[in-house]
Design a protein around this ligand. Structure first.
Ligand code: GAR
Length: 205
């Protein structure tokens, strides 16, 4: 059996994509990123994928296209890479079951907040605002499975707490969150992609 095949869905900068690609190349994750799919032609992650020699697909939503119709096209693009794992790393569109039913049990999402907290967009800024208001002293990051249409919700694969130091800057807090994400994502994928005892067995003698 070959190394697990990871397809990464991105919408923007792709720093987490880069962390995963680098960790695969360094042998810290026993898998290969075989494809990158973006919904935005300006996503810098596409430049990163090109630089790493990884095949890309751009799936831009058409005006008036239903979410289900888009997700069917997206699923076709992802399926063309024959993935073992589908990683949402800064993917900023909500997925419907039209997508998720095609990849049961293998869709993994990264979110810059702790389980059950701050779902949706601008989670880092919202955590910072809550800390300034005296309502929190830490936030965090998580990686979880995506079984259904719940937003940034699903069985947790890993999480890390990140302190919010309001004597510093939002920029520094954001950097701390992203550093924690890069480390956690590599750790979780390394575990998911580790060979099982069955994989390591040779053919029957
Ligand atoms: C990351 O912070 C990721 O957790 C977040 O988008 C950023 C993408 O950064 N995702 C969400 O907020 C999902 N709700 P990147 O493009 O540099 O990897």
């Amino acid at each position: 059996m070959g190394r697990p095949r990871i397809v990464v869905l991105i919408s923007g900068t792709g720093s987490n994509l880069q962390a995963v690609v680098d960790a695969c190349a360094a042998g810290h994750i026993g898998a290969d990123v075989v494809g990158v799919v973006s919904n935005d032609s300006d996503a810098y992650g596409l430049v990163r994928a090109d630089a790493a020699g990884i095949d890309t697909r751009l799936v831009v939503a058409h005006a008036d296209e239903s979410r289900q119709a888009y997700d069917t096209r997206l699923a076709d693009a992802v399926a063309s890479f024959d993935p073992d794992w589908v990683l949402l790393a800064g993917w900023m569109r909500l997925l419907t079951m039209a997508f998720l039913d095609r990849f049961t049990g293998v869709v993994v999402n990264l979110h810059p907040a702790l389980p059950g907290e701050l779902p949706g967009t601008r989670s880092i800024e919202r955590a910072w605002a809550e800390a300034l208001a005296g309502d929190r002293s830490s936030s965090g990051v998580m990686v979880h499975l995506v079984p259904d249409e719940g937003v940034d919700d699903g069985p947790t694969l890993g999480s890390r707490v990140v302190p919010v130091d309001t004597s510093g800057t939002l920029e520094q807090f954001a950097t701390d969150v992203h550093d924690a994400e890069h480390a956690l994502l590599v750790e979780v994928l390394a575990s998911l992609c580790a060979p099982t005892t069955t994989d390591q067995e040779g053919p029957p003698t």
